[in-house]
Design a protein around this ligand. Structure first.
Ligand SMILES: O=C(O)CCC(=O)C(=O)O
Length: 312
């Protein structure tokens, strides 16, 4: 296994994210790009298209992209962070275009410290392969380093018990405090380039489609200012970005709670998601455990469409 160095693993645990340079070659990137443009030519594959195009199912629905989530380089990174026993739980996607912007966590308890997601380590990990040069352009990932950590790391258990009891009352003021902090919080715009991999903990605050200003390209703006910045002030990149995502987790209560909370939102797409025998064989060949998030996953999947397979 190649994987990450102990220093990188430590950096990930401390900061909640890691930028891994040059995981994919320029040729691989070209073929991903062509594939994604090919998918766009088939409107039946698009499941959401407000200001971004999100394609139906998971990366495994597309012959041209199915190698990505179980690529050895990706799995080595996941193994370095999560240990040898981790699972794929049907979460991968490909999308193009602007998409929503706004600092958020992907975990279920989104208010820091409040709720069981904040007990112990949160072993859910997202990976993003952003196609484009986001050292110079808009459209990359914005994160708030270390925001995945409990604010009070050495809080005595009695304090945590009090927080737990008062969760219902503390949620509104904690939410308000978060909104106030966000007014001033520009975070860090991850300077990724095509071929890089960004990984982050589900508890980390992040936002898609960072806006960079032509005049101050190094300045990471709070999201409300990004939204307010006139188009003519912005560096390009937002509209034509392409991203592939996949996620892995260590099995346990955190993952199960996450999947329960997501079920309603995700079920429609999960029904279209490929979970057939050949997918399961692929996973076992790669020694990836599968955690089926719902019995109905894949019930609407009927094989790949002509455009996806490259057939005429
Ligand atoms: O679109 C992006 O760049 C970020 C994606 C995101 O916010 C998420 O996966 O929750």
């Amino acid at each position: 296994m190649v994987g990450l160095s102990p220093e990188d693993v430590e950096k990930f645990r401390r900061d909640g994210y890691l930028l891994i340079r040059n995981l994919f070659s320029a040729d691989e990137l070209d073929s991903f790009k062509d594939a994604i443009l090919g998918l766009r030519a088939n409107p039946s594959l698009v499941r959401s298209s407000r200001n971004s195009i999100v394609f139906r199912g998971s990366l495994f629905n597309y012959r041209v992209l199915e190698s990505v989530p179980f690529d050895d380089r990706i799995l080595d990174v996941a193994r370095s962070i999560l240990g040898s026993s981790f699972a794929y739980f049907g979460d991968s996607s490909v999308q193009m275009g602007q998409g929503p912007r706004g600092l958020h966590r992907d975990s279920t308890n989104r208010v820091a410290l409040l709720g069981p997601d904040w007990e112990g380590e949160y072993p859910l990990l997202r990976m993003g392969i952003y196609i484009g040069d986001f050292t110079r352009n808009s459209g990359g990932l914005k994160i708030v380093p270390r925001s995945h950590l409990p604010l009070i790391p050495f809080a005595p258990p009695v304090f945590m018990r009090i927080l737990k009891r008062l969760t219902r009352f503390l949620t509104p003021p904690f939410r308000l405090a978060r909104k106030l902090v966000a007014v001033f919080q520009g975070g860090f715009d991850v300077p990724s380039q095509s071929g890089d991999l960004i990984i982050w903990n589900f508890r980390l605050l992040h936002s898609g489609n960072a806006v960079k200003l032509k005049r101050y390209p190094r300045f990471a703006l709070p999201v409300w200012l990004e939204n307010a910045a006139p188009e003519s002030w912005r560096l390009p990149g937002n509209r034509d970005r392409m991203v592939m995502f996949c996620a892995f987790a260590r099995e346990g209560a955190h993952l199960e709670r996450y999947l329960r909370a997501r079920r309603e939102t995700d079920l429609t797409n999960l029904k279209w998601t490929r979970w057939d025998a050949s997918f399961q064989t692929l996973a076992s060949a790669k020694r990836v455990r599968l955690f089926k998030p719902d019995p109905e996953v894949g019930v609407l999947y009927q094989g790949r469409e002509p455009e996806e397979s490259g057939a005429s």
